[in-house]
Design a protein around this ligand. Sequence first.
Ligand code: HEM
Length: 154
Amino acid sequence: MTAVLWISAHVTVDPVLHRAALFVHLASLVLGFGGVLIADYLVLVWISGRSTLAEAIAGAHRLHLPIWLGLAGLVASGALLEPNLASTLTRIKLACVVILTLNGLQALILSRRIAHAATRSLAPTLTIWGAATASISQICWWTAVWIGFWNAEH
Ligand code: HEM
């Protein structure tokens, strides 16, 4: 994040590079947020009784790599999009990215706990933990997407 802030403040970006970075930004958005939505969808499939918990967890586990790659791509390309660091909305967006990173790291611990529990139903603490993790993730992703579109329009 420090590198991103430094690049944002010090590197001048020509229009061609800006456009290329925007393409990478949107491709990374599809990869990262797409992975998150599919992982949440797999959990909904389990909740509706159409898969086992183990299947849902295994599927969601496989999606960690594309999600992290997408988030890393968003941060790297975002630094080249000349973000206005003085804007409150942009600062909120960067805070969302930091929260998403921390939330993703603790989600790794959660998914390991759930995999170890390996029962048909989930203990209440793990259920609440999972619901909170998914909610934080959805709120931060949608906020970052909304601010991205807003900043591009205005
Ligand atoms: C979860 C992470 C992120 C998401 C979901 C996200 C999403 C978006 C979206 C949807 C756009 C609109 C593109 C368009 O309509 O043309 C956008 C634009 C932009 N993003 Fe991000 N972004 C993320 C992270 C970042 C980061 C970390 C930075 C900067 C360090 C950044 C800087 C920008 C800038 C400057 C634009 C405006 C580009 C332009 O119009 O030229 N983004 N972002």
